[in-house]
Ligand binder design. Structure first.
Ligand code: SAH
Length: 341
């Protein structure tokens, strides 16, 4: 059985023809799905015989909402979603004045091994397919009854370690008959798989690239991010320059502040120097403390000082607003909690 959400309209049209049906049926079926009819039998203008055919070889892979936590402070909703094979992932819906955003996962677990991250503690279980990545948005829209207009690929997993599926997802999410979310409303976050950044740049998409930098020297970076053994900061920045040149898009650098590890005034100065002249924006993220390690977030003052030093060097910087703090479940922690019980 194949997940129909993995199909583009074109591919479904081919499927129809191969199964002795008219191509326009593909349009009809897709329209139903995006009207949130998740059952072939309820697709009223589809003949019974075709409904049967569809049912026999395809399924509509909407994940099950296994658990849902809603913040009383800001309405953020964290979802634990279950797929047919029993795997569980996390997605987070955030409500802003300018619209709804969703943070989605690209893999079950992750193999990048960043020291501060809960998603990677048990490694990667498997990649998500394009349809499974997409299904997180569909199920979320159906839950809240509102459109989601912004997507960040910042949940569990390394998107560029699941490159082909993520590229296909970008195609699907963009489709006019579907969610119709423009590339400018999509942010892809990577720990810095350099060759894949070049590949992505060559696609000439206008998605925002976010780089998880988290340190200003290779030595410091290696201490918290194993990927730094493979690619240097210089190589990452070179790839970023290429990305900017090709797409004209401003890059976001994510910098998780960890007390005593990367939050020194010297770090801030060095970061400013490193990024000077680059079309970019720095997002400071006070590290979410997880019980599996002893990493702590810096004091408020340290965070503000760090921000100030960057600003003084002409770097655009914001401190990430914390959403859903009362549901107390940082990156990857919900899934871990669930698996442990
Ligand atoms: N693998 C991708 C995307 C997933 S993580 C990447 O590395 O970019 C999204 C962001 O959250 C990354 O910047 C990641 O480094 C950061 N992150 C992960 N765990 C965190 C934690 N406990 N506290 C703060 N930031 C964290």
């Amino acid at each position: 059985m194949e997940n129909i959400l993995d199909y583009t309209l074109e591919e479904l049209s081919i499927w129809m023809k191969e199964n002795g049906e008219s191509a326009f049926r593909a349009n009809q079926v897709m329209t139903w799905i995006y009207k949130e009819v998740f059952n072939f039998e309820d697709m009223k203008n589809i003949p019974k015989a075709l409904q049967e055919k569809l049912k026999n070889s395809l399924y509509i892979g909407i994940p099950e909402i296994v658990e849902k936590y809603e913040s009383k402070i800001d309405g953020t909703q964290k979802l634990l979603l279950g797929f047919k094979d029993g795997n569980i992932i996390e997605s987070v819906i955030m409500k802003y004045k300018h619209g709804n955003s969703i943070c989605i996962s690209t893999q079950v677990g992750c193999r990048m091994g960043c020291k501060f991250c809960a998603s990677t503690l048990n490694g990667r279980v498997r990649d998500l397919t394009a349809g499974e990545i997409l299904s997180q948005i569909i199920v979320a829209q159906s839950l809240i009854g509102e459109r989601i207009s912004n997507v960040v690929l910042m949940g569990s997993g390394e998107p560029l370690d699941n490159y082909d599926n993520v590229i296909k997802f970008l195609k699907l999410v963009n489709a006019e008959y579907g969610l119709n979310i423009g590339q400018r409303h999509i942010t892809l976050s990577t720990c810095g798989l350099v060759p894949k950044i070049y590949d992505l740049a060559d696609k000439d998409y206008s998605i925002t690239l976010a780089i998880s930098l988290h340190a200003v020297s290779d030595e410091k970076r290696r201490a918290i991010m194993p990927i730094a053994n493979k690619y240097s900061i210089d190589e990452i920045l070179e790839a970023c320059r290429y990305y900017i040149e090709k797409t004209g898009r401003r890059i976001t650098f994510e910098y998780s502040l960890v007390s005593g590890v990367n939050d020194d005034k010297e770090d801030a100065k060095a970061l400013g120097k490193l990024l000077k002249g680059l079309l970019c924006h720095v997002n400071l993220i006070p590290v979410n403390e997880i019980k599996e390690n002893t990493l702590k977030r810096p004091s408020k003052k340290t965070i503000l000082d760090f921000e100030e030093i960057l600003k003084n060097q002409g770097i655009e910087v914001t401190v990430r607003r914390e959403m859903g703090s009362d549901i107390n479940a940082a990156c990857g922690q919900l899934r871990r909690k669930f698996l442990a019980t």
